[in-house]
Design a protein around this ligand. Sequence first.
Ligand SMILES: Cc1cc2nc3c(=O)[nH]c(=O)nc-3n(C[C@H](O)[C@H](O)[C@H](O)COP(=O)(O)O)c2cc1C
Length: 189
Amino acid sequence: MKKILIVNASKRRNGNSHTLSKRFAEQFEGKAEVTVFNIGEKDVRACLACDGCKRQHTPNCVQKDDFTALIPEIDSCDAMLILAPVHWDQFPAQLKAFLDRTYSFMDFTRPDFSMAGRKDKKLAGYFFAGFGPVDVYTSMVETNLKSFATAGFTDYKAHVAGDANVPGSIMDKPEDLAAADEFCEWLLA
Ligand SMILES: Cc1cc2nc3c(=O)[nH]c(=O)nc-3n(C[C@H](O)[C@H](O)[C@H](O)COP(=O)(O)O)c2cc1C
């Protein structure tokens, strides 16, 4: 069975990231081993840029928080699914902190700069924006998702659902739900 890590990177308790993460988890039931990481309930601190991880030569981090505890899960999963809002045209701060912390996987002595245990993992980024058109956000999301390659996520897909301010409104958007269903199939394949 595939191991899939779902990161709900919205702090809105019943927002669209939360709503869709629950739908994904239901669809994965019995087909994948799923871990859900709700960032709003977790302590994910900013990277200290201390280079402690570089001295250890493991992806471990010297900080002791919920991100550090998740590192083995990030390294061993087959796929990660991130659901998040767009904040001021960018990754929300809590997800940027999460991305920054994957710096612990970086190894400057290796040709691909990565000490990830696996380098063939899939990454799906499903984002929500209050407004549209969403093309401008899609390129921002893709640019950021590329940085997860250091943690071994070399194959990625992105989708941004616009007009998504109302919590739970994603369930009334057939085209965006179809995109979620495609993600689901791809992540399980
Ligand atoms: C601080 C903040 C900044 C935001 N910036 C943008 C933005 O730049 N563009 C946009 O379309 N929506 C923006 N929004 C709206 C959210 O992206 C939108 O409500 C999204 O659907 C929330 O997703 P969630 O329900 O999963 O939290 C912003 C919301 C907040 C709170």
